[in-house]
Design a protein around this ligand. Structure first.
Ligand code: HEC
Ligand code: HEC
Length: 243
């Protein structure tokens, strides 16, 4: 494990990350979700689960447990993070494999309870994009699974897209399109996105546009949690950035 951790540290540094711990802790003996989160996850996902652009790690605070559970299973069973040319998910797979099933259950429950972090500044901006054009694509091709407000739908296995950073959404769409994510046999949910991105997200412009539109569905970060909930359902007055 020691050796593997050093390898991981080298990988973290080589993707240009400013890393907190030179030797990231990828496992712990702790049993409660909060401690596991603070010891293992926070190094890469931040103490509030807000994610870090330097590591390309997503904001995960408030993610529904059904989705996180599926992703951990995918990562542990080689459906995601199997490809060393995709260092982010490869790294995340190492973490998923180092934890015990009971610890995963505990940390997943903790993540779901953390307040969603609304992306701001560089996590929200997206250059040369037209959210209006993105809206059309979203309504025609995305909303049937991710819902009109991008808050996800358990019945379809489609996660919420609000709360995630613009660069992360962009990156994942590219991973699906290139088959780095979703192309392994038995990844039924990932396969849906491989199809969608290949058939309907024709070029980088469309990809940026749809991400720009998704960003506008985020609630006002300054609003109270109750008000944010209302805005997610009824629409947010929060101005779109990066246009
Ligand atoms: C060494 C850094 C690192 C550590 C430690 C780490 N993660 Fe990650 N995690 C990442 C990166 C980078 C990604 C993005 C993977 C990708 O691009 O596919 C990720 C992705 C994820 C995802 C997928 C999110 C999505 O939208 O599909 C979840 C869920 C997640 N991490 C949860 C956790 C939890 C819970 C912990 C603690 C037990 C943890 N991570 C620890 C780096 C890390
Ligand atoms: C047929 C249903 C379906 C449609 C239509 C669909 N998605 Fe998805 N999407 C999913 C599912 C299911 C997942 C989860 C995949 C997994 O489990 O790895 C997903 C995952 C994603 C992710 C990864 C999120 C994360 O946190 O890692 C992004 C980004 C995404 N979809 C964007 C879109 C966009 C943009 C469109 C429209 C162009 C779209 N989706 C259309 C079902 C769909």
């Amino acid at each position: 494990m020691k050796n593997f951790q050093s390898q991981l540290a080298i990988m973290l540094l080589s993707i240009g990350g400013v890393v907190h711990a030179a030797d990231p802790v990828i496992t712990t003996k702790a049993a409660d979700g909060k401690t596991i989160f603070q010891t293992v996850c926070a190094q890469c996902h931040g103490t509030a689960g807000e994610g870090k652009v330097e590591l390309k790690s997503p904001s995960i605070a408030g993610m529904p447990s059904w989705y996180v559970t599926t992703q951990f299973a995918n990562l542990r069973e080689g459906r995601r993070g199997h490809d060393a040319t995709d260092p982010q998910s490869f790294m995340m797979a190492a973490v998923a494999k180092a934890l015990q099933p009971e610890q995963i259950k505990a940390v997943v429950a903790h993540v779901e309870k953390m307040p969603m972090q609304v992306p701001m500044g560089k996590d929200r901006a997206i250059a040369n994009a037209n959210a209006q054009d993105g809206m059309r694509l979203f309504q025609e091709r995305c909303m049937e699974c991710h819902r009109y407000n991008a808050s996800g739908e358990m019945a379809f296995g489609s996660p919420p897209l609000i709360g995630r950073q613009s660069w992360y959404l962009e990156e994942q769409l590219k991973k699906f399109k290139s088959g780095k994510r979703g192309a392994i046999k038995n990844d039924v949910n990932g396969a849906k996105m491989v199809q969608i991105t290949n058939f309907f997200v024709e070029d980088e412009q469309m990809l940026r546009d749809v991400v720009a539109y998704i960003m506008t569905l985020n609630p006002d970060p300054a609003a109270s949690p109750e008000e944010q909930k209302r805005q997610i359902i009824e629409g947010s007055p929060f101005e779109s950035a990066g246009r």
